[in-house]
Design a protein around this ligand. Structure first.
Ligand SMILES: Nc1nc2c(ncn2[C@@H]2O[C@H](COP(=O)(O)OP(=O)(O)OP(=O)(O)O)[C@@H](O)[C@H]2O)c(=O)[nH]1
Ligand SMILES: [Mg+2]
Length: 186
């Protein structure tokens, strides 16, 4: 049983990380940009598939090498679909997560999210191109959403919970198998 699902929401400044989280938790959106400090932590409880889970959502984790980030159950890497540099930032974070992953048991899922879909006319590259790169080469999830219009925000968190729970359960089964093996050797 997973006690608390830890989720890190990462990405370049101004891509809409806080807007996505606040839309999901409070149905709230503001046009006024107010940069997050070093990081914010939200601790909601959510009901998914008839079960209740405590979540720990970290908004903008700046130190990718720190222990807490390695202990994360899922990563959301946000970029702005109108801003190519923000996608480069996501690429860099994805690389760092892979480099910092400890043993094979830590297969926390990564979902890349293109935010500001309401501005899709300014999309810097076709959606399919990025989606294919992320899904096929990086083996990560890919979604687009609009925090402004609450479009696909709940879907994103459903997807996140589903893949984080699946990964956490696999890791626990693996640990269980190892313990059983150790006991039977005694
Ligand atoms: N049009 C549009 N604007 C958005 C959307 N999401 C966020 N914004 C705007 O983009 C700006 C940045 O949003 P934030 O959520 O503060 O971005 P952030 O990634 O948390 O930024 P930092 O805390 O500095 O890292 C704000 O002015 C938001 O109103 C969206 O889906 N569509
Ligand atoms: Mg923020």
């Amino acid at each position: 049983m997973v006690e608390t699902l830890k989720v890190a929401v990462l990405g370049a400044p101004k891509v809409g990380k806080t807007a996505i989280i606040r839309q999901f938790l409070y149905n709230d959106f503001t046009e006024t940009y107010s940069p997050t400090g070093s990081r914010d932590i939200y601790r909601p409880s959510v009901i998914y598939s008839g079960n209740m889970y405590d979540m720990r959502i970290v908004d903008k984790w700046s130190d990718l090498k720190c222990h807490g980030l390695r202990n994360t159950n899922a990563y959301v890497l946000v970029y702005d679909i109108c801003n190519p540099e923000s996608f480069e930032y996501v690429k860099m974070i994805q690389q760092q997560i892979l480099e910092n992953r400890t043993g094979g048991a830590n297969k926390a899922p990564i979902i890349v999210v293109g935010n500001k879909r309401d501005q899709q006319k300014q999309h810097f590259t076709p959606r399919r191109t990025l989606s294919a790169l992320v899904k096929k080469s990086w083996k990560c999830g890919y979604m687009e959403c609009s925090a402004k219009y609450n479009w696909h925000v709940v879907l994103l968190f459903k997807e996140l919970l589903s893949s984080a729970l699946a990964a956490a359960n696999t890791a626990m089964r693996l640990q269980g198998t190892l313990h059983t093996t150790r006991c039977s050797l005694m």
